[in-house]
Design a protein around this ligand. Structure first.
Ligand SMILES: Nc1ncnc2c1ncn2[C@@H]1O[C@H](COP(=O)(O)OP(=O)(O)OP(=O)(O)O)[C@@H](O)[C@H]1O
Ligand SMILES: [Mg+2]
Length: 419
């Protein structure tokens, strides 16, 4: 018996290795790649004319630097996954090289505000990046941090570029932060300060104090979502670097590119779909087929809904459970009132105080906005107006959503309802 399990393990390992599709997983996940590795991939992609317009745009914006001029600040806008961060980092790195060649003093700092932070943290992080201060949890005033940055930069000549990534992510006192960077700092240092902002929100600067805004001399450039041709180029380069040759059916890359450009134009998600398809094919011990892509795409979709509801508020979870259960019972005509009774019962079963029917109706609108359900307002004659609820997600997603919600309430079996 012992011998057979050993054989089983070995056979399985040999089979899996023989069918390994991913040769170099780092090229499917940028976090695992070094900065040089990322830039090497990007060089190939940019050489294939992807992001040509944006590169011309940003390069000509910085061109005055090479004639002793002073470019104004730059705001880079665009949807998530359109390559704002990576392209700007790449270009700043190139400008740094060029400045070194031409003996122009240039330094750059990348302040990544990927998580929402208060003004204090943003200033302290910037000071740390510059080596102007140590990391403080508290115990130092905003003014002291500002003075530390000023003192550090006072002796620096030439160009100082600060790339503020996700610039809308200053949670409290954004005005103090931007007032310092836009109004105060340029006057107190010798060098020429150039700020580069990146954000997904086109109007991120609108919330600033008008006095700061009026001082903000800034140009904007927009990164468009990648189209299918761009995504195909991006994916093909990743395929050659990350996957074993000959493990993919024809048409797989165009299909991923087409699906991704139609749905979002996000390169991060396109690479993710490629990775999932490869992993699925590996598990099934076969090549990457069009069917594997379809399955991976459904898996991603399912995960998206499940994560959204798992991390959502308790009442939203309860409302969705009621809608899912109700639609099974009345697939054609589930109305708000019926769904509310189920919700009320569910709340009782999980010891949650139910909200009013009006608040429940708002929860339904929220579920509609997220794409879980479609709620249509219909007139029911003398019974007034009501919402007719239809489930908008596929059957396998419904099953997973129901078990996720029950797990969130610590329940294993379904809630039994009387209706
Ligand atoms: N031109 C590209 N070539 C290769 N990969 C790319 C390219 N653009 C984006 N990517 C991939 O998409 C990911 C997201 O890119 P990036 O972080 O630059 O987008 P972003 O526009 O800054 O998005 P966010 O708004 O979410 O910060 C990168 O890590 C990379 O994997
Ligand atoms: Mg970014």
């Amino acid at each position: 018996m012992q011998g057979s399990v050993h054989t089983l393990i070995r056979t399985q390992i040999d089979k899996a290795t023989a069918n390994a599709i991913v040769r170099n997983p780092a090229y499917l996940d940028d976090e695992q790649l070094s900065r040089e590795g990322q830039f090497a991939v990007l060089t190939e992609i940019f050489n294939a004319n992807v992001r040509d317009r944006e590169i011309r745009d940003v390069s000509s914006h910085f061109a005055p630097m090479f004639q002793n001029g002073h470019p104004v600040h730059l705001s880079v806008l665009g949807k998530t996954g359109t390559g704002k961060t990576i392209t700007i980092l790449y270009l700043l790195h190139e400008f740094e090289e060029l400045c070194r060649e031409r003996r122009i003093p240039f330094r750059q700092y990348h302040l990544d505000l990927c998580c929402a932070v208060p003004c204090f943290r943003a200033l302290n992080n910037l000071a740390c990046l510059m080596g102007a201060s140590k990391y403080y949890k508290r115990g130092i005033s905003l003014d002291d941090l500002m003075l530390a940055i000023e003192k550090h930069l006072r002796s620096v000549s030439g160009y100082v570029t600060v790339f503020i990534d996700e610039s809308d992510n200053i949670r409290t006192d954004a005005d103090s932060f931007y007032k310092f960077l836009i109004k105060r700092l340029p006057q107190r240092i010798e060098g020429k300060l150039i700020l580069v902002f990146a954000s997904n929100r086109l109007n991120w600067a609108d919330n600033l104090d008008p006095r700061i805004k009026s001082c903000l001399k800034m140009r904007e450039t927009i990164f468009d979502p990648y189209d299918a041709t761009d995504l195909q180029t991006i994916l093909e380069i990743r395929v050659t670097k990350a996957l074993r040759a000959g493990m993919m059916d024809e048409g797989v890359v165009p299909m991923i590119a087409a699906l991704s450009s139609r749905n979002h134009g996000d390169a991060r998600k396109a690479v993710d779909l490629l990775t999932r398809s490869a992993q699925l094919a590996e598990k099934q011990c076969q090549h990457i087929t069009l069917d594997a892509v379809r399955q991976a795409s459904e898996e991603i979709e399912r995960d998206k809904y499940v994560t959204l509801i798992r991390t959502g508020p308790k009442h939203l979870q309860a409302a969705l459970y009621a809608a899912l259960l109700g639609s099974e019972k009345r697939p054609k005509s589930l109305h708000t009132g019926d769904a509310y009774l189920l919700y009320d019962h569910f709340c009782g079963a999980v010891s949650l105080r139910p909200l009013t029917q009006r608040a429940f109706s708002d929860l339904l609108s929220e579920l509609d906005m997220y794409g879980f359900i479609r709620a249509r307002t219909v007139s029911r004659g003398r019974y007034g107006r009501s919402k007719e609820i239809h489930i908008a997600v596929a059957a396998p997603v419904v099953a997973e959503l129901k078990s996720t919600i029950l797990a969130c309430f610590g329940m294993v079996g379904p809630v039994v309802t009387r209706r």
